[in-house]
Design a protein around this ligand. Structure first.
Ligand code: HPA
Length: 283
């Protein structure tokens, strides 16, 4: 039996979430921002804010970790109407990719047209340094799974989404201009996504480098695939938290990764705020 006969359809669940959010706030965001590990301080720059906890939104995944509750924060940033996803869901936590990407569908249905995604990533390009900011210019999906597998609902997007420009050249140009003006060094690179949760072997890092990747991480790509499917214009930014040098590999220290991301956070926050400020008013 088709699952839609047993459960409500994805479109119905998205609509239900959106209506529940509209009960709490009449705010209509133009730009959606997903914050990566250690990068939550951007929320402090949002003004006139209204927070809606994930647990109060029907259809949102239930957080497996108590301390990682999560909320949508609606408000103003750089003179624009934004919604910030403070806390994301990862595949390695045991969520399905439909759960991981459900919030992206909701953000789009709330009216946002631009999606800014950030993450903490390992550097395969050894010219990068810890704390560097990198503009994601393209990606490689090595998660071994795709969030669009299953019946396609044409109301949400096409069966075979084009991936010739998942990361908007227009937004990349705005980000580079903002970075230049603020004297924030900004590299460019290709982000490769794995499922995690283990870090990679030296052989895997060599393999990924040969594939043409500059960064590796455990998030972002499912959200970007669904973002493209849903019609978002997307900007991706990574913070380099560790160097994936196969010839000098040290045991990974997760606390250090989080600390490095947190330390680079203010630079990323400044850049995101400046990009948002530069964007023309959407409506
Ligand atoms: N590998 C995978 N994911 C990561 C890494 C890494 O080296 N650093 C931060 N996220």
């Amino acid at each position: 039996m088709r699952s839609s006969l047993l459960h409500s359809s994805l479109v119905q669940r998205i609509n239900k979430s959106v209506h529940a959010i509209w009960q709490k706030t009449a705010f209509h965001p133009d730009i959606a921002i997903i914050l990566g590990t250690g990068l939550g301080n951007l929320t402090k720059r949002v003004t006139k804010e209204v927070a809606v906890s994930y647990e109060s939104i029907p259809g949102f995944p239930r957080s497996t970790v108590e301390s990682h509750a999560g909320r949508l924060l609606f408000g103003m940033l750089g003179g624009k109407r934004v919604v910030v996803m403070d806390g994301r869901f990862h595949y390695y936590e045991g969520y399905t990719l439909e759960q991981v990407t459900f919030p992206v569908r909701v953000l789009r249905k709330l009216g946002a047209k631009i999606l800014i995604v950030s993450n903490a990533a390992g550097a395969l390009d050894l010219t990068y340094k810890k704390g560097d900011l990198v503009l994601i210019e393209d990606h490689i999906n090595l998660m071994g799974i795709n969030p669009l597998i299953g019946p396609n609902d044409e109301q949400l997007g096409v069966r075979f989404p084009d991936m010739s420009e998942p990361y908007s050249k227009r937004l990349m140009a705005v980000a580079e201009k903002s970075a230049h003006e603020r004297r924030i060094p900004l590299k460019r690179g290709v982000y490769l996504a794995v499922s995690g949760p283990n870090l990679e072997t030296r052989a895997e890092y060599r393999f990924m480098r040969k594939l043409g990747a500059d960064l590796v991480g455990m998030s972002t790509v499912p959200e970007v695939i669904v973002g493209v499917h849903a019609g978002f214009e997307i900007l991706g930014l990574s913070v380099v938290t560790d160097l994936c040098d196969p010839d000098h590999l040290k045991p990974v220290n997760i606390e250090e990764i989080i600390r490095t991301a947190t330390e680079a956070g203010p630079k990323l926050d400044q850049l995101v705020e400046s990009v948002v400020h530069k964007l023309p008013h959407v409506r």
